[in-house]
Design a protein around this ligand. Structure first.
Ligand SMILES: Cc1ncc(COP(=O)(O)O)c(C=O)c1O
Length: 378
């Protein structure tokens, strides 16, 4: 099936649900044996912490989009990330991680896993040799995020997967930024994909959720251990909202990309902006790699302003359409001044950096909004 058709139709079997085009929310914790049930398939559900029919439709769609054998949903992206990591680590092992991965994922690797004596080496990830050189005899996992948080650094997924296999090491990638519409890491040999479905997959800023995708054997193990035992499962209602989001995923992603490109074209070379970090723009140092391993780009980027911190904060307050807040991937545009508190460039956040999400509003209105706010504040 083509990906637009997976988004819209896969798994929505209306003949099973009295002709309803939208599958019902199976808002039930418990499923009992039903002697008159002619369709044996339904009989396999028992308890929603283990599986739920509404959640399974979302899982089927996401597995097909990622070209994975199986997917399992969680109650948050961090629920999925921590489960995937716990699946691959054991006490005393070593992990190689991308330094600019999502903050709490980094904290999980760096701080939380200390109690299991797990050590971590962080790398920029932009050079596969750097990643391979960090592998030791104790390494069991390479944790990737491409493009990564704030800096949008890329890892060469094919090369990293090959290197990992040479050393018998497993690989997990956070693919939240690209979504399966624009990047399918399993096709390059990466072992497992994780997503925060709170972002583009949900797409309406009304759910918190996560998902892991990979080989059936790995996902079954995660279901049995990390998911059932920690219990961070997605609710039927959130699964239904996730399904609603996935139906329009491909068209939303195309629009986010078109709007972002128009926005970047306008602000590239702007006197108040030192740098725009966006993998689909030719100024990105890994633009060629982006074009090779991604088939498109999302609406998330960083702008590095050449302005004092107070001015950047004032610009943020002056904006009418952009909201200031920590999430992204919804229909709305966001402006988050992450670099106003830092004195100098750190390895993740640069001085004057603002994370911008370009939503589904009219791009001209967005451009006018930011131009007006800058003009008023400088
Ligand atoms: C790239 C990335 N991965 C994972 C997460 C975590 O997802 P959640 O907030 O659903 O736990 C986020 C949240 O901001 C994120 O930006």
């Amino acid at each position: 099936m083509r990906q637009e058709d997976i988004c819209t139709h896969l798994g929505d079997l209306s003949e099973r649900y009295l002709g309803a085009v939208t599958p019902p929310i199976f808002q039930s914790s418990l499923f009992v044996d039903c002697p008159n049930n002619e369709n044996g398939k339904e009989g396999r559900f028992a308890y929603t912490r283990v599986s739920n029919p509404t959640t399974e439709i979302a899982e089927e769609k996401i597995a097909a989009l990622e070209k994975g054998e199986k997917a399992k949903c969680f109650s948050s992206g961090m629920g999925a990330i921590s489960a995937a990591i716990m699946h691959y680590v054991k006490g005393g092992c070593h992990v190689v991680g991308v330094a600019s991965c999502y903050g709490p994922a980094r904290r999980f690797l760096e701080d939380y896993l200390k109690k299991f004596n797990v050590s971590v080496t962080f790398v920029s990830g932009t050079d596969t040799n750097e990643i391979e050189a960090a592998i030791t005899a104790a390494t069991s996992l390479i944790y990737l995020e491409s493009p990564s948080t704030y800096l949008f650094n890329l890892q060469n997924l094919r090369e990293v997967a090959e290197a990992a296999k040479r050393h018998g090491v497993s690989t997990v990638i956070d693919n939240t930024y690209s979504t399966p519409i624009y990047q399918k890491p399993l096709e390059y040999g990466i072992d497992m994909v994780v997503h925060s479905t709170s972002k583009y997959l949900g797409g309406h800023s009304d759910i918190i959720g996560g998902v892991v995708v990979g080989k059936k054997e790995d996902i079954d193990q995660i279901s049995l251990h990390e998911r059932e035992l920690f219990g961070a499962v997605m609710s039927p209602f959130d699964s239904w909202l996730l399904l609603r989001g996935i139906r329009t995923l491909s068209v939303r992603m195309a629009q986010h990309q078109e709007n972002a490109l128009e926005f970047v074209k306008h602000f590239a070379g702007h006197t108040s902006i030192k740098e725009i970090i966006y993998p689909w723009h030719e100024s990105h140092p890994q633009h060629m790699l982006a074009k090779t391993q991604m088939s498109g780009c999302s609406g998330l980027m960083s702008l590095v302003f050449d302005l004092p911190p107070d001015t950047i904060e004032n610009i943020s307050r002056e904006l009418r359409l952009f909201y200031e807040g920590p999430s992204w991937g919804g229909y709305e545009s966001m402006f988050l001044p992450v670099g106003t508190k830092v004195e100098k460039d750190t390895d993740i956040v640069k001085k004057g950096m603002v994370r911008v999400h370009i939503g589904l509003e009219n791009t001209e209105t967005l451009i006018e909004d930011l131009e007006h706010a800058i003009a008023k504040c400088i």
